[in-house]
Ligand binder design. Structure first.
Ligand code: SF4
Length: 341
């Protein structure tokens, strides 16, 4: 029997709805969520392929690549945590975590005096006027930093609509990028691009090199929309202050036990993770970080869980589990670890 379940796309922070197609309870595909107000019936390739990672779903806990049962892995994690000074333990939260999970991860880290880190594409929190998706369509000047049309096509679609309505598009991107194709002018520095800002402008950006670049963007006299690579980076930012790549590396340098919640920092950060004594990863599917971790714990993925994400413009979006799972949620696993400490 075929069934369609509504959920949210987990592949970037735009917050598009996506339908999961089930056949006799198994996930077999996705289909655009026609009535969803964010994407209005469209999903990009990343969104349509968002369940592909689910094919590498992890079902058994691993210690040094050997399968173990849940009791054993919880004992092993609590043993590692108890035998290490709390100031040498770092907990990494991720924009892949829901609001509810991030709150639990933060409480867990703080109540045990562990360090906590949240990395969100090198963005940090600054007070700024955030643009809505409608602001993009109504702007007469759009400043784009990063290849937003390629990376976040459902925001790109709104930029294209604005251009059809007469908006000028000024971009800081590479010449051969998708965004370059719709741009009226391309600049090779953020400063030069920001010179085009006027009071009818909106800045849309998905990449920055440094905190100084971020200050320039938020210092411009117009609204700005940061678009993150992970679905709930915006929501987690309001719970845990994101840190820069530099500050994260400084923290990793003084870490002996690294506990990573649903993230793949090994593929994001150029760092010698072999210098950290113990890596513990909680993930729904195998990734580069789980490959180098001593302990790997399977968790429910977003389609197996209830929760909420906050999209780029700050709207909270709730979702319900689309399928059942025998895996535990991060919240359940944290409770089990905490009971052993
Ligand atoms: S734009 Fe982002 S949220 Fe929307 S379908 Fe594509 S990857 Fe998913």
């Amino acid at each position: 029997m075929l069934e369609i379940k509504h959920t949210l796309c987990p592949s970037c922070s735009v917050g598009c709805g996506v339908n999961v197609v089930l056949h006799n309870g198994d996930v077999v595909g996705t289909y655009p969520y026609k009535r969803h107000q964010v994407n209005e019936g469209k999903n990009c390739l990343n969104g349509r392929n968002s369940i592909e990672i689910y094919k590498s779903k992890l079902e058994t806990p691993l210690i040094s690549n050997a399968s173990v049962n849940f009791d054993k892995v919880i004992d092993e994690i609590s043993g590692e945590l108890k035998s290490c000074d709390s100031d040498k333990i770092t907990v990494v939260c991720s924009g892949n975590n829901s609001v509810e999970e991030a709150e639990m991860i933060k409480d867990f880290a703080e109540s045990n005096n562990y360090n906590i880190a949240f990395y969100a594409d090198n963005f940090v929190n600054l007070n700024a006027d955030v643009a809505s998706y409608e602001d993009i369509e109504n702007a007469s000047n759009i400043i784009v930093i990063g290849d937003v049309l390629y990376d976040n096509p459902l925001i790109g679609r709104r930029i294209v609509h604005a251009k059809k309505n007469g908006a000028n598009i000024y971009s800081c991107v590479q010449d051969k990028s998708v965004t370059a194709n719709v741009s009226d002018e391309i600049f090779d520095s953020i400063e030069a691009t920001l010179d085009k800002v006027d009071d009818s402008s909106v800045i849309v950006f998905n990449t920055i090199e440094s905190g100084a670049d971020l200050e320039k963007i938020y210092g411009a006299d117009c609204k700005a929309l940061p678009v993150f690579s992970k679905c709930n980076s915006k929501g987690v930012s309001s719970i845990i202050d994101p840190i820069s790549k530099e500050d994260l590396i400084e923290l990793l340098d003084k870490t002996d036990v690294l506990l990573i919640f649903n993230d793949d920092i090994v593929s994001e950060i150029d760092y010698d993770f072999g210098s950290i004594s113990t890596l513990i990863t909680l993930v729904p599917c195998l990734n580069s970080t789980s490959e180098v971790s001593k302990i790997v714990v399977p968790i429910k993925s977003w389609i197996e869980n209830d929760g909420s994400f906050v999209n780029s413009m700050g709207e909270t979006q709730n979702f319900k589990a689309a399928i059942e799972s025998e895996n535990l949620s991060e919240v359940e696993i944290i409770e089990k670890i905490q009971n052993k400490l």
